[in-house]
Ligand binder design. Structure first.
Ligand code: FES
Length: 118
């Protein structure tokens, strides 16, 4: 069974757009589905995609040692299994937990395009 790390950005813009509610929905849904042991939820910094926020990045937890500078908390790394979701809201977040985390089936409908301009 795969393990994941999910991060919801927490810059000012995305907070104004509801990222706190997205994070709360992630925590709630993980707990309700008993998935908390398989997925760590945390707040990343600003990924630089505020115009498409709130943004969520999910990566497979491979036991990789965390870089002390934590670049993965504020930029996409291009690692295998890394998925970037844009324009998230609590409802979309719940679906991502139910499919991506619970069934290991990422939700392509919500993929963000990192090259999309403001
Ligand atoms: S605050 Fe969310 S990407 Fe900038």
């Amino acid at each position: 069974m795969k393990r994941y790390r999910l991060s919801v950005c927490k810059g000012m813009d995305c907070k104004a757009n509801g990222s706190n509610a997205v994070f709360a929905a992630a925590q709630e849904e993980l707990t309700q589905r008993g998935l908390a042991p398989r997925c760590e939820a945390y707040r990343g910094g600003c990924y630089g995609f505020c115009h498409m926020g709130p943004n969520v990045v999910i990566r497979e937890d491979t036991g990789r040692k965390k870089d002390p500078l934590s670049p993965e908390d504020y930029q996409l790394m291009g690692w295998p299994g890394e998925v970037y979701y844009s324009r998230m809201n609590p409802e979309r977040m719940r679906r991502v937990i139910a499919e991506h985390i619970e069934k290991d089936a990422p939700v392509r409908d919500y993929y963000g395009d990192p090259d999309e301009g403001p």
